[in-house]
Ligand binder design. Structure first.
Ligand code: MEV
Length: 438
């Protein structure tokens, strides 16, 4: 039975580590050694990482890899990706190289509007509320001038504020539904600060409105928060080429390949069980770049999957067609990303990742991220509809098995040679290692 602890956050870092080690490990000395093994020897750098969150005890490593040769709108990018799944960077790189000789990726930001809402309860006459909102609307803008002036200098700010009547869903429920342009920042802090000021203005103005009854004046703000659902912050990524140009070593019959590929996408469009896995493959690419560039992958995940369900049925984010002999594969996804603010100027590796990408604007980063997702989806569908996924997966995963068994360089050479021409599975590799060691 483990114990609860009061005031954990008030303990020093050493005390926290000691408590965790004593509480959860039979050998606390080893546990402490493992925790400290991942500390950075540069104390300032370690302090920077410690301060990102509360109760930091150590760092958690994930690999940062590079997928080179991404030709996007005529420019080559080397894409930094942070991910633990062994085959993802290899798949992205392979797709990137493949499409670089077939016209590259085309990407376009269709719009970049963000949304935030003040949710409130109003018991009273709806026409009076509407009249009050129309008369008060400009005050929401003037009351937030201190917050918006810098954003306005950068060409962003509050785009519009609407009053939305939601009383057919919940009694007395209304919203201030606001739209924002946040330029190169993701904008969460900016939007939330604006919304909290809207809420204050709303309450104060309602109190002073002589046309309201006491009940109407007493409107209740439930919460003020941005929405991670951003269906008007969309980027489109696309590849296309004449069907016969799809040919390469493993694609001997390009028309058959293209048709099967389109069928696979059609299945993901109508079958939610498949769509979730199909989209997961897209997110392998999306999340890896989102993480490497210090963006909020939970926000992106939440928004993307909501978008994939916007018709009421969860469906594929990507689409494919063959028309007049041209194969086209594309997707449109919502991505609220930033290249300034947040971690972007704090985390040294995020700064590096952005430098490698040529210090992109938020729009450029949206394009790069979407393209990486599409490349990943292409790689997965290509494997699935030709060799099957396991061949490539296990080729990459074999290193994890070899590490797990702490194989020597000599053993590795023999194992890799053997599996060049034999089917790789966890069991077959383990069996081979065991035989080797007999
Ligand atoms: C594995 O991480 C991703 C795939 O399952 C995606 C897909 O099935 O399309 C290979």
């Amino acid at each position: 039975m483990n114990n609860a602890i009061a005031g954990f956050s008030k303990l020093s870092k050493e005390e926290k580590i000691n408590w965790i080690a004593a509480e959860y490990f039979t050998n606390p000395t080893n546990a402490i050694a493992t925790i400290k093994q991942y500390w950075n020897s540069d104390e300032n750098l370690q302090k920077l990482h410690d301060d990102f969150i509360e109760n930091t005890i150590t760092n958690f490593y994930l690999p940062l890899g590079i997928a080179p040769n991404f030709l996007v709108n005529g420019t080559y990018y080397s894409v930094p990706m942070v991910i633990e799944e062994s085959s993802v960077v290899a798949a992205a790189s392979k797709s990137a190289k493949y499409w670089s000789t077939r016209g590259g990726f085309k990407a376009t930001v269709l719009n970049s509007e963000k949304i935030g809402q003040v949710h409130f309860m109003y018991r009273g006459n709806v026409q009076k509320l509407e009249k009050f909102f129309a008369a008060t609307k400009t005050k929401f803008f003037t009351a937030t001038e201190d917050i918006t002036k810098n954003m306005q200098k950068r060409g962003g700010g509050i785009l519009d504020i609407e009053l939305r009547n939601k009383t057919n869903a919940i009694e007395n429920y209304f919203q201030l539904h606001a739209t924002f342009e946040t330029k190169d920042s993701m904008g969460a802090n900016f939007i939330n600060s604006c919304l909290e000021q809207f809420a204050k203005t709303l309450k104060a103005e309602a109190q002073n409105n002589i046309e309201f009854t006491e009940d109407e004046k007493d409107l209740q703000v439930v919460m003020s928060i941005l929405s991670n659902y951003v269906p008007n912050c969309i980027v489109r990524a696309e590849v296309s080429c004449p069907v016969e140009e799809l040919a390469e070593k493993k694609i001997e019959n390009p028309l058959e390949f293209a048709q099967k590929f389109v069928q696979a996408v059609n299945i993901a469009e109508i079958e939610p069980y498949r769509a979730v896995t199909h989209n997961k493959g897209i997110m392998n690419g999306v999340d890896a770049v989102v993480l490497a560039t210090g963006n909020d992958f939970r926000a992106v995940e939440a928004g993307v999957h909501a978008y994939a369900s916007r018709t009421g049925t969860y469906s594929s984010l990507s689409h494919a067609k063959i028309e007049n002999g041209i194969f086209t594969f594309w997707m449109e996804i919502p991505l609220a990303l930033g290249t300034v603010g947040g971690l972007t100027s704090l985390h040294p590796l995020v700064k590096m990742a952005l430098q490698i990408l040529g210090k992109p604007s938020a729009h450029e980063l949206m394009q790069i991220v979407a393209v990486t997702g599409l490349a990943q989806n292409f790689a997965a569908l290509r494997s699935l509809t030709t060799t099957g996924i396991q061949e490539g997966h296990m080729k990459m995963h074999i290193n994890n098995i070899l590490n797990q068994f702490e194989t020597s360089d000599e053993e590795r050479k023999m194992i890799k040679k053997h599996f060049e021409n034999n089917i790789i599975s966890h069991a077959s590799v383990v069996e081979f290692i065991e035989n080797l060691r007999k």
